[in-house]
Design a binder for this molecule. Structure first.
Ligand SMILES: NC(=O)c1ccc[n+]([C@@H]2O[C@H](COP(=O)([O-])OP(=O)(O)OC[C@H]3O[C@@H](n4cnc5c(N)ncnc54)[C@H](OP(=O)(O)O)[C@@H]3O)[C@@H](O)[C@H]2O)c1
Length: 217
């Protein structure tokens, strides 16, 4: 499959490397076509890896991932071009974290709205599925790093898009517990969970953890 990833940071690179290793063609998108981080990634990821602008990645990908800084995601997607997103599944991995006032970060949007919803509203033609934002990127692509069954969430307004992403999470990345939380407004919960995730990382002194969901009959 041809996959476009917006974002040249650790997350975009980690997801990109995993997808290339599975035999997919992946283009990493950036504000500049010759972004240095993306160039380094293309060299190390090997055959199937390429780089370009956000718009290049958007036109290239049949499936798209938003792995940009949350506060800049709307701008990055505008640069990708609304028309280039139309009809495509966009997995939104970003968290709207604001580090401008130091640690711990605050959220640029919360309670009655979320970044996932802002993206879906701004780009109504994109089939936005919020997922993977609740775990560290190494865990995203290799959940077996943590023993036992633990949960990953999907939310979005397009049922077929959520099914496609859920299948991808299971078959490509190895997730066993995929929980569909409903429409894209569920992104409020998974984004606000970051405040708890950050405290858990501090308490556990590692990012290699996740939540398991236990339920009764
Ligand atoms: N670290 C994790 O394990 C983890 C886990 C869950 C979710 N997340 C979320 O995943 C996302 C990516 O995280 P990351 O650490 O890999 O990367 P990041 O540093 O948060 O974001 C890097 C990307 O954001 C783009 N960007 C920054 N400012 C921009 C602007 N003003 N306009 C347009 N684009 C801009 C950069 O573009 P250029 O390429 O042009 O520089 C780059 O591609 C974040 O939203 C993060 O909260 C991270």
């Amino acid at each position: 499959m041809r996959i476009g990833i917006f974002g040249t940071g650790t997350v975009g690179q980690t997801i990109g490397t995993k997808l290339v290793s599975l035999g997919h063609e992946v283009r990493l998108g950036s504000r500049s076509a010759d972004n240095e981080k993306a160039a380094g990634w293309v060299k190390s990821a090997g055959k199937g890896a390429s780089q370009g602008t956000f718009a290049d990645a958007a036109t290239f990908g049949e499936l798209l991932f938003n792995c940009t800084a949350g506060g800049a995601s709307l701008e990055a997607l505008r640069l990708a071009g609304a028309g280039n997103l139309d009809g495509k599944v966009l997995v939104d991995v970003a968290n709207p974290l604001d580090f401008s006032r130091g640690m711990p970060p605050t959220l640029t949007v919360c309670n009655s709205d979320s970044l996932g919803e802002q993206i879906q509203r701004a780009f109504p033609g994109a089939r936005v599925v919020k997922s993977l934002n609740t775990v560290n990127c190494m865990v995203m692509v290799d959940p077996a790093r943590i023993p036992g069954d633990h949960a990953i969430f999907v939310s979005g307004n397009d049922a077929a898009a959520k099914r496609q992403v859920s299948d991808m999470l299971r078959q490509w990345f190895g997730w066993r517990q995929v929980i569909d939380l409903g429409d894209i407004s569920a992104a409020r919960g998974t984004e606000m969970y970051l405040t708890l995730w950050l405290r858990m990382m501090g308490a556990l002194k590692t990012a290699n953890f996740n939540v398991a969901v236990a339920r009764g009959a």
